[in-house]
Design a protein around this ligand. Structure first.
Ligand code: Q46
Ligand code: ZN
Length: 290
């Protein structure tokens, strides 16, 4: 790990990685040892490694798989398979599956076919995922929702937001998003300081089987392009991604974007009851109603 000026053997790496995760959880006050955590698992290396690490660290972490019905070669079915395999191998791992089509009548692919109207499928998919994660967290009495976003994800998002100076998005990009409404779950990203290569190395060394393919809709996404650019910078100057992200977090903590968070009043959606800034229906309910 040139960025840390550190080289570890397998045994030490498997100790180092959970220790780094624990430090991030404590440093950003993500959750305490007794809190109930819902881990959003996709079947990929990051989320399954996160679930593994949280369970090993002794946290009360249950999985949530949202079956989106992404059907390129049965992508969602294959992803679910890896989640099931993980849970079967890891004693005590319990998880829930939410099937979007079974619940709402259409898969993400079908919904996108009808309702995209210039919107990218990922923005629609993200909206559905956020809604369902929050709903399940509230209904299950969880204290926080944890996602497997790694440093590469966070740095790419940051680059995209900074290129357009989107103050609102920058203000809301953080390792912890506190709950600002009784029905809004706290969101945490325990891997935000770990490189994608590091989460992949952990999954491989730990023998976690995961889906290698990207979601077919991710192909050509701008975020992938940003990741490539950041990787080039990283080759020339190891540690760039980490400095970029940590420098941003410091500026954020010092209040650089705090004005952008002012005046965000949350009400409740008239249909599903979830928190929303919209006057009547939340974006999720508007999507299915239109
Ligand atoms: S699952 Fe959904 Fe992602 Fe696929 S459609 Fe886009 S947002 S890429 S993380
Ligand atoms: Zn709603």
């Amino acid at each position: 790990m040139r960025h840390h000026k550190l080289a570890l053997c397998e045994e030490c790496y498997l100790e180092w990685f959970p220790e780094q995760t624990k430090r991030a959880i404590e440093r950003y006050r993500m959750f305490g040892p007794r809190e109930k955590i819902l881990v959003a698992v996709s079947g990929g290396k990051d989320s399954l490694s996160l679930w593994d690490v949280l369970l090993r660290l002794g946290y009360r972490a249950d999985g949530l798989y949202i079956h989106l019905g992404i059907d390129g070669k049965g992508y969602s079915d294959r992803s679910l398979n890896y989640v099931e395999k993980f849970a079967a191998r890891f004693w005590g791992a319990s998880f829930k599956v939410v099937d979007v089509k079974a619940l709402y009548g259409k898969s993400i692919t079908e919904l996108a076919r009808e309702k995209l109207r210039g919107r990218k499928i990922c923005s629609l998919c993200g909206l559905v995922k956020r809604h369902e994660m929050n709903r399940l967290a509230y209904e299950g009495g969880y204290d926080a929702v944890a996602t497997g976003h790694n440093l590469d994800d966070e740095a790419a998002t940051l680059l995209g937001n900074a290129l357009r100076w989107q103050a609102g998005y920058l203000a809301r990009q953080a390792p912890v998003l506190p709950s600002t409404h009784p029905k809004l779950a706290r969101k945490v990203k325990p891997f935000c300081r770990l490189y994608e290569r590091e989460t992949a190395a952990y999954a491989i060394l730990r023998g976690i089987e995961y889906i290698y393919d990207e979601c077919p809709f991710a192909i050509g996404a701008t975020s992938i392009f940003y990741k490539e650019i950041l990787n080039q910078l990283e080759v020339h100057s190891p540690g760039t991604k980490l400095q970029f992200y940590l420098g941003f977090l410091r500026a954020r903590e010092e209040g650089l974007f705090s004005k952008a968070m002012e005046g965000l009043e949350l009400g409740e959606c008239e249909k599903c009851g979830q928190p929303t800034t919209a006057p009547k229906l939340c974006a999720f309910c508007r999507l299915w109603e239109s």
